[in-house]
Design a binder for this molecule. Sequence first.
Ligand SMILES: C[C@H](O)[C@H](O)[C@H]1CNC2=NC(N)=NC(=O)C2=N1
Length: 117
Amino acid sequence: MSSLADEPCEACTSDDEPLTSEEYESYLDDLRTDVWEVVDDHHLHAHYEFEDFRDALEFTYEIGELAEEEWHHPDLALAWGEVEVEMWTHKIDGLHKTDFVMAARMDRIYEGYDPAE
Ligand SMILES: C[C@H](O)[C@H](O)[C@H]1CNC2=NC(N)=NC(=O)C2=N1
C-alpha cells in the first residue's frame, strides 16, 4: 500500500532540523487518516483499535520489535482494544522523515489486526 513503508529509516543526527509542515505534508498521504494526526507540528499521534486486549498486546509487541530493529522508538500506551502511539525524534525534539516511515510501517502491521478488515 504505502511506498513510505518501503523506504529505509534514515539515521538522524542532532544537526537535523525538525520538519516544517510544508516539508512533512506530503508524507501524510501515505498514512491512515483514520489513525494518525500531527500534534503541534511536533509529533505524530495514532489511535489504533482492536477486537480485544490480546490483539492490542500482540500489535504492541510487533511495534516494539520494529522499534528495536530500526533503533527508533515510539511512546506506546496499551489498553483493552486500543493502542495509542506517539512518534517523534527525541534527538531533534520534532519530526523527522523516519517518524513517518515508522508510522507507515505500523499501518502495514495493523493490516493484520484491523477489526474492520
Ligand atoms: C540514545 C538515543 O536514545 C538513541 O540514539 C535513539 C534511540 N531511539 C530513538 N527514538 C526516537 N523516537 N528518537 C530518538 O532520538 C532516538 N534515539
